[in-house]
Design a protein around this ligand. Structure first.
Ligand SMILES: NC(=O)c1ccc[n+]([C@@H]2O[C@H](COP(=O)([O-])OP(=O)(O)OC[C@H]3O[C@@H](n4cnc5c(N)ncnc54)[C@H](O)[C@@H]3O)[C@@H](O)[C@H]2O)c1
Length: 366
């Protein structure tokens, strides 16, 4: 199988797993990496035997590179993605697709005009845990989904991330940072979301960094850090979500789906594995369901591999720009709804991505 040459832009915290993915998957390899900070690009190239470390401009002008993986901070996502599209390259980016709907729409329109594909993290919904959940729902184990809950509570990222400022700027916060995992999982399981409302606030106007590199530095908070939302799926099912960086401890599930004949306990959507549990009507305890699919370990990059395979097979890719745009629309919708104290509509013609085949070997997609 021929390998597509990929260039990574943004060589920070998350880039290592994508560099590893370039060796794991059969259909792509990392030819070059770039960063505003050239020392970071050179260090990544040395660590993962990437042939070229260069500037963003050089990477974009390299005709051998067919796809860009955009791993920059959220506020740079749209600018880098649009520049890559302008150079005729497919782009797969970290979440969120962009920090505003307007920028998200510009990306989708530019990609369509250039005839290139756009894909976006998260791809955890393609992992063994969430694909098993999808199969259980599609096979009717809990009947028709009628409601879902999703809870992501933490006290933020300043204790572990080396450079956590972006989590507290517009386009960050718990909804834009973690919401994509939860909402993408929910849309893949229950379908698109039709309207949203919510409340949003920030309990702490400043944050003190306690991770090493910037220990003691204060961050001003410029985005809501606790968002509580209610939403309706197009199917009629009713959703509830809390995403928070204001909570020290909680005892809540990550995601539960309530169906007409049972309940599905969904694993952490920021992981690829289980456990998956079901309790059907009349049962007195939960049953743990064996995972039916591969990719149960940290398989970030699976969405890129699927997109490249989709290009080769002329089929839609699963972690698509359209899916990421719908999730962005919903996330921004919660903040807009909180400001307006009203429901916000999130119309879409999106259909759920196709499930993965059951019998894939590691590194394979189709
Ligand atoms: N850190 C994680 O655990 C994690 C997990 C999943 C997803 N993500 C997502 O991945 C993205 C990157 O996160 P990170 O934690 O790696 O951030 P980071 O701050 O560690 O790294 C970002 C890198 O991008 C570079 N950069 C910023 N703007 C740029 C530009 N205009 N051109 C070129 N390079 C630029 C920075 O110099 C930096 O090296 C974010 O969207 C984040 O939400 C992070």
């Amino acid at each position: 199988m021929s390998k597509m040459n990929v260039g990574i832009i943004g060589c920070g915290n998350i880039s290592g797993i994508y560099c590893k993915a370039g060796k794991r998957f059969a259909n792509w390899r990392v030819l070059a990496c770039a960063d505003l900070d050239m020392a970071r690009a050179k260090a990544k190239a040395a660590e993962f035997e990437i042939p070229i470390a260069c500037s963003t401009g050089e990477l974009l002008r390299n005709p051998e590179i067919e796809m860009v993986i955009n791993l920059t901070v959220p506020k740079a996502h749209a600018e880098i993605t649009l520049a890559a599209i302008e150079h005729g390259k497919h782009v797969y980016g970290e979440k969120p697709l962009a920090t505003t709907r307007q920028a998200g729409r510009r990306i989708l329109e530019a990609a369509q005009a250039k005839g290139v594909r756009v894909g976006s993290a998260p791809d955890t919904f393609l992992g063994g845990g969430l694909q098993t959940c999808r199969k259980l729902i599609d096979d009717g184990w809990i009947g028709q989904p009628v409601a879902a809950t999703a809870f992501m509570t933490s006290h933020g990222c300043e204790s572990w991330h080396p450079d956590p400022d972006f989590f507290y700027q517009p386009g960050g916060g718990p909804m834009f940072d973690m919401g994509p995992y939860y909402l993408t999982a929910l849309v893949n399981l229950v379908g698109p979301i039709h309207r949203v409302c919510g409340s949003a606030g920030a309990a702490f106007p400043e944050r003190r960094i306690t991770s090493q590199a910037k220990f003691g530095t204060m961050i001003k908070v410029h985005t809501p850090t606790h968002i509580a939302g209610v939403f309706d799926f197009a199917s009629g099912a009713i959703g509830t979500i809390i995403t928070s960086f204001d909570v020290w401890a909680a005892n809540l599930p990550r995601i539960e789906i309530y169906g007409t004949t049972g309940t599905l306990l969904v694993p952490d959507p920021n992981t690829f594995g289980g456990p998956v549990q079901v309790r059907r009507a009349g049962a007195s305890e939960w049953s743990t369901v064996p995972l039916a699919f591969g990719y149960q370990d940290n398989s970030r990059g699976l969405g890129c591999a699927d997109m490249i395979s989709a290009i080769a097979h002329h089929r839609p890719h699963r972690a698509s720009g359209d899916l990421a745009y719908h999730v962005l629309d919903v996330m921004e919708g919660f903040l807009d709804a909180a400001r307006a104290a009203a429901y916000v509509k999130t119309p879409t013609a999106l259909t759920r991505p196709a499930p993965l085949p059951l019998d894939l070997r590691d590194g394979e997609i189709d």
